[in-house]
Design a protein around this ligand. Structure first.
Ligand SMILES: Nc1ncnc2c1ncn2[C@@H]1O[C@H](COP(=O)(O)OP(=O)(O)OP(=O)(O)O)[C@@H](O)[C@H]1O
Ligand SMILES: [Mg+2]
Length: 436
């Protein structure tokens, strides 16, 4: 059966002025299962401008709750500093708590409330994109959007609370135990399943901003993708790609996307490869505090990825040898494929999932110089090789601290460029970089 397109007005009818249309929309959405998913382009229609004044009606056809600003202030202790979970390009994120006293039927649970920074670079469009995508897509590896608020110029989003925060925090935090190898592979697999779901949907979605800070972790380290503000509907019909302005985060964006503005699901696979490499190496995709030839993780690691015998050069020293050699070799080979310069040579995400599934249970732990303990004459144990590693860890830690500081101050580089970039060398792209 030919599917009919649902319009944006059907989803948030109270954003529109025409009430007669609202009645019609209700009828349409009641049959939504046979309809196409609402696309972001529906929102961009200039003939139907949004009126953000009244969002008192709840979303039709979706289970999202509409909250008032006062309610969200109350549940976050007035957006107090002690409830702050973090801050990104959209704005600060606060912890709160909801239950059925706030809305009947609302399960008692902690939530994360994301508040648009009115002086920031993101705005209404990113907020809408989040609601459009997460309001309609549900999957165990996508963060659950519980509701939103739209009052005057204020824009807020309410999500399920993810107890372990972002993968970025878990992987690069200074004073904490290293994430074990099996946890890293569990996260890699779950995140790959989330991307597969998006790419293989009836109407595919390109995530566009795949990175460690957008992978949130549950109490048991189940990963969920968050931040659909930059997500795009995939190409339609005969089209092979979507042409769009280049936007994303430096260090994760695929080279062909940076060069041409052509976006495909393959661009996400590249970003996935970068994250997999970060999981393997424990190093950030871009680190300005490293020597110049090592600042880009992909550039630095690529020669080692090709040669399985050089695994020890790239594997995270914080793992202290506690990983499956075969598993790590497979993961490295997979990262190499995902990072292929040729988009068509990259695997599809379902293939990535099957490879990662095959290495979850491997336990042939690597035994090598990392765990070598040399006894000394006076009987004490001398961790000679380990000392070296600790030294180099110290170096990394300083770097990590700098990076964390950069992030806290919002220095992570965002790529933003006008649409239809001329073909330029990737170094020239630096000219298009803007901080966020
Ligand atoms: N649902 C959530 N549960 C728990 N913590 C969250 C949740 N969402 C966000 N956070 C915390 O808030 C921080 C900021 O998240 P946010 O997605 O706004 O920015 P970011 O991903 O760090 O940066 P960017 O704007 O580049 O995407 C996260 O790193 C995480 O620690
Ligand atoms: Mg994020």
């Amino acid at each position: 059966m030919a599917s009919e397109k649902v319009t944006w007005k059907c989803i948030i009818p109270c954003c529109y002025k025409s009430q007669s249309h609202l009645q019609k929309s209700k009828k349409q959405v009641s049959k939504q299962s046979s309809f196409r998913r609402l696309s972001l382009t529906d929102v961009s229609d200039p003939s139907t401008p949004l009126c953000a004044a009244d969002l008192s009606n709840s979303l039709i056809g979706s289970k999202l709750h509409v909250f008032s600003l006062a309610e969200l202030k109350a549940i976050t202790n007035n957006f107090t500093w002690s409830n702050l979970l973090g801050e990104g390009g959209f704005g600060p994120v606060y912890k709160g708590f909801v239950d059925n006293k706030l809305r009947s039927g609302l399960e008692a649970q902690p939530v994360a409330v994301k508040l648009l920074d009115l002086d920031g670079l993101q705005g209404h469009r990113e907020w809408l994109a989040e609601i459009i995508f997460l309001g309609q897509l549900r999957h165990p590896h996508l963060v659950k959007l519980i509701g939103y608020c739209c009052e005057d110029e204020h824009r807020l989003l309410v999500y399920e609370y993810m107890a372990r925060g972002s993968l970025e925090n878990q992987l690069f935090r200074r004073y904490s135990a290293a994430l074990p190898w099996s946890t890293r592979m569990k996260i890699a697999l779950g995140a790959a399943k989330g991307l597969t779901f998006l790419h293989e949907a009836d109407e595919p979605v390109i995530f566009r901003d795949f990175k460690t800070s957008n992978i949130l972790l549950d109490a048991d380290f189940t990963p969920k993708l968050s931040d659909f503000g930059l997500a795009k509907d995939g190409p339609e019909g005969e089209d092979t790609h979507v042409t769009t302005r280049v936007i994303g985060t430096q260090g994760y964006a695929a080279p062909e996307y940076i060069m041409t503005g052509h976006l495909t699901t393959n661009s996400d696979v590249y970003g996935y490869g970068v994250v997999l490499l970060e999981l393997i190496t424990g190093k950030r995709s871009i680190d300005r505090t490293r020597p110049s030839r090592e600042q880009s993780l992909v550039e630095w690691a690529k020669p080692f990825l090709k040669d399985q015998r050089r695994l020890d050069k790239i594997i995270d020293p914080k793992l202290e040898g506690q990983f499956s050699t075969r598993g790590a070799q497979k993961a490295v080979a997979l990262a190499y494929k995902c990072l292929s310069h040729q988009p068509k040579c990259r695997p599809v995400m379902s293939h990535v999932v099957s490879i990662l599934e095959s290495l979850q249970e491997l336990n042939d732990w690597f035994v090598g110089p990392f765990v070598y303990v040399a006894p000394t004459e006076n009987g004490s144990n001398e961790y000679s090789v380990k000392e070296e590693i600790i030294e180099s860890e110290g170096e990394t830690d300083d770097n990590e601290e700098n990076e964390q500081r950069h992030h806290r101050h919002g220095w992570r580089l965002r790529i933003k460029s006008p649409i239809s970039l001329p073909l330029v060398a990737s170094e020239d792209i630096v000219g298009y970089l803007a901080t966020s």
